[in-house]
Design a protein around this ligand. Structure first.
Ligand SMILES: *Cc1c(COP(=O)(O)O)cnc(C)c1O
Length: 441
């Protein structure tokens, strides 16, 4: 529950911040891992319940008509920053608001919004920012459904796009932005948004967020250009915090590391209040907010986020060290072992950890990769990532099957590229599993 003005002109505000928002002790600012246990929730407002109850209700009673009017001023955008009170569950709810407060802690974002899925978050961000005639400039590759949304669905409404490869130099991005500006002018629109995804799935190619921000400022002038949005699902919020590198809007599929247990689907968007307000307005209209039960589960997940991600990252490092020199392995797409100088430089400037999602090239082709996948015992054969359990999949035959052969080849998504998401199991057990599966190839 975000900050309230308190009682205004005799209108009771239905929710308040916790009475004693403990965010520091003796001048020491508390770390996110500590804040996840209580931030934004006051048990006194819920019968002393240590954990927030799940508020299963479609609507909220106003104490008087003036309060209802004031709350609606926030819903309709007459007053910025969201509503001062609870109104209707398509707009807001206690579980979602506490979750939003906790989620913003990690990225040190001013504001956050939660959604029913990563894709509904991305869709709502784009609907809030693009109009007919506009151009979307994006890095490539993107999550397949995001590419479909930008290239096909928005295209039906007169929106065009241009894309640059993930590792592009700032000068290349600047050239593309100039072209996009000209194209937008010809179409009677503007360059609406710069949309990034880093690392890219499944190759782990990194985007130079700082370089893209420099290129944007150079082409449009400081604070005058389109917002930079980035899908930070693979490394955030622990290992990459794009708001600190020039991004304006950070997007998550909370289904992955933040949810972390492969038992829910949700999304999140973070940034300044100025960037969140128009996105919140679209969410209010179309109803892409996540439900209270999912919000509650995400709060439980956030309590162990740092533990889980840290362990998964350590496990991945050990497994990759084992795979690195294995005779049946033809290469690794792991951020801990980058060889390319440009990618290494981007990593050093943006990332604090290599994550636990990587690709391993099995010597041979599809048959060998199939054999490897079918022999794994601990690792489950499933798409998705960021859960407590280790998952393995074959992008060329699964998540990227719909990508045309030529584009797959350009992106380096070969028939022997296995994508792995390492979980929090015992690392030696995982290595034993990889060992026996490779032996069967
Ligand atoms: C999974 C994923 C999405 C989509 O999220 P959903 O929660 O499945 O809608 C978007 N971007 C990336 C990078 C993802 O991994």
């Amino acid at each position: 529950m975000s900050e309230r003005d308190g009682d205004v002109a005799g209108i009771p505000v239905t929710r308040r911040m916790p009475k004693t928002p403990i965010e520091e002790i003796g001048g020491r600012k508390l770390k996110p891992a500590t804040l996840m246990m209580g931030h934004g929730y006051d048990p006194e407002l819920s019968e002393g319940s240590l954990k927030p109850p799940i508020f299963l209700t479609s609507t909220f009673a106003f104490e008087n008509a003036a309060a209802g009017k004031r709350f609606f001023e926030g819903i309709t955008g007459k007053r910025p920053g969201g509503s001062d009170g609870l109104v209707y569950s398509r707009f807001n709810g206690p579980n979602q608001e506490i979750l939003e407060d906790r989620l913003s802690v990690w990225d040190e974002a001013e504001d956050a919004l939660v959604f029913s899925s990563g894709m509904s978050a991305i869709t709502t961000v784009l609907l809030a920012n693009v109009n007919q005639g506009d151009v979307v400039v994006h890095s490539g590759p993107l999550y397949a459904a995001t590419e479909t949304l930008i290239n096909k669905i928005l295209g039906r409404f007169g929106v065009t796009f241009m894309d640059f490869p993930a590792g592009a130099a700032p000068s290349e991005v600047a050239v593309m932005l100039e072209q996009a500006k000209a194209q937008a002018a010809a179409n009677g629109g503007k360059v609406a948004i710069i949309y990034l995804e880093s690392p890219a799935n499944p190759t782990n190619a990194l985007v130079d967020i700082e370089g893209v921000a420099d290129a944007r400022n150079q082409v449009f002038g400081k604070d005058a250009g389109p917002p930079i949005a980035i899908d930070n699902t693979f490394l955030g919020p622990l290992w990459q915090q794009p708001l600190k590198h020039g991004a304006d809007i950070v997007i998550y599929s909370l289904t992955k590391y933040v949810g972390g247990h492969s038992d829910l689907v949700a999304g999140g968007v973070l940034g300044s209040k100025a960037h969140m307000d128009p996105i919140r307005a679209i969410r209010n209209t179309i109803g892409t907010i996540c439900d209270p039960n999912t919000a509650w589960m995400l709060m439980r997940s956030l309590e162990t986020l740092e533990l889980r991600m840290t362990r998964a990252g350590e496990n991945a490092e050990k497994v990759c060290a084992f795979l690195r020199n294995h005779p049946k392995v033809d290469g690794l797409g792991y951020l801990g072992f980058i060889e390319d100088d440009r990618q290494k430089d981007i990593y050093r400037r943006h990332c604090s950890g290599a994550g636990s999602t990587f690709s391993v090239f099995i010597k041979g082709g599809e048959a060998e990769a199939f054999r490897f996948l079918d022999t794994m015992k601990i690792a489950k054969l499933a798409v998705s990532l960021g859960g407590t359990e280790t998952l393995a999949s074959l992008p060329a035959a699964m998540t990227h099957l719909s990508v045309p052969d030529e584009r797959r080849a350009t992106l380096g998504i070969t028939d022997n590229l296995v994508r792995i998401s390492i979980g929090v199991e015992d690392p030696d057990d995982l290595i034993a599993d990889f060992d026996q599966a490779l032996a069967a190839v």
